[in-house]
Design a protein around this ligand. Structure first.
Ligand SMILES: [Fe+2]
Length: 322
């Protein structure tokens, strides 16, 4: 396939502190160069036979393809980030930046500090929406680092020397300040509004237990840390003890095959959290039985291993009680 070139998004004669020559050279030579490279690589890849091509050739071509694709996409975002007065930040972006950074000023100072931290080195500084976290984040992408997978960039600052040297020489600090004074916030807001429409990655779904409520390991940890009374039951199958030397510190182990026998020990006035190895059937079944009997029970999503993954406290596994 052949990639298409995009027209220059900003109007160079409206920019304050940037000469037209700089923007024209940047668009023609650097953006245009990435575009030409990408199509050459794309043709090369289409023409080769992956089964007979040397591995290092495929690896290099795919690395170059990714670099050229990033360059193309980020240059388009860079040019589309310019053209405003840098000041008129509408309510939507003001609220979004305040929510995720504390305030617009805090966001701005982090973004600028990140740009200046590259110290004249090559790279990009990006404001990116993360659907999986439901928040904006500043990131830099330079030699040895990558754009965040699944992130959607809404503002891009090009920190490669070719982006400013014609006008600013080695003075990247002045360049960054000039960029900030030319941000087109209405365009950024448009991209933000598109980005937040993207759904986060699909969560684990267990349709047969859709009506059994769960609780996250972080929520359980917060309950324990705050001293909230909670009865925690490790319902991993008995044979687990031979495979796993430890268990959640705050839990007692009970045999999932004998729920009816031990549920009488529990207090109906305090919540119950049960879990199994990974948070699938066994824990859910135990919780369903407890709820049927009138307990305020929830299963801990991710089970024993999610607790271990957040480095929750554990103790030696003890299955002698039941
Ligand atoms: Fe560039």
């Amino acid at each position: 396939m052949r990639y298409q070139i995009a027209p220059l998004f900003c109007r160079p004669w409206t920019l304050l502190g940037f000469e037209r020559k700089l923007i024209e050279s940047h668009y023609e030579n650097n953006y245009g160069g990435a575009f030409a490279r990408l199509n050459e690589i794309s043709q090369e890849l289409a023409a080769l036979d992956p089964a007979t091509t040397a591995p290092h050739v495929i690896r290099r071509l795919k690395q170059d393809e990714a670099a050229a694709l990033n360059s193309l996409a980020l240059h388009e975002l860079y040019f589309a980030s310019l053209g405003g007065d840098g000041r008129a930040i509408g309510e939507v972006m003001t609220n979004a930046l305040a929510r995720d950074f504390g305030s617009v000023d805090r966001w701005r100072s982090e973004f600028v500090a990140l740009a200046n931290s590259l110290d004249g080195g090559s790279g990009w500084v990006l404001l990116t929406w993360l659907p999986r976290a439901g928040r904006l984040i500043n990131q830099s992408v330079c030699e040895g680092s990558q754009a965040i997978a699944g992130g959607i960039t809404i503002l891009a600052l090009d920190m490669y020397e070719h982006a400013y040297h014609i006008d600013f020489g080695p003075n990247h600090i002045s360049y960054v300040a000039t960029f900030m004074r030319n941000i087109d916030w209405s365009a950024v807001q448009g991209r933000y509004e598109d980005a937040i429409e993207v759904k986060p990655p699909r969560p684990l779904e267990q349709k047969q237990f859709a009506d059994v409520p769960s609780i996250t390991v972080d929520e359980v940890k917060a309950m324990l840390d705050s001293g909230t009374p909670v009865q925690i039951i490790d319902t991993r199958p008995r044979h687990t003890s031979s495979r796993s030397p430890d268990m959640m510190e705050a839990a007692v182990w009970r045999d999932p095959d004998r729920v009816d026998e031990w549920m009488g020990e529990l207090d109906k006035s305090a919540p119950v959290v049960a879990f199994c190895v990974y948070g699938f059937h066994v824990g859910c079944q135990a919780v369903a039985a407890l709820r049927k009997a009138g307990f305020d029970a929830r299963y801990m999503a991710g089970g024993h291993f999610a607790w271990k993954a957040i480095k929750g406290p554990v103790k030696i596994f003890d299955s002698t009680t039941r």
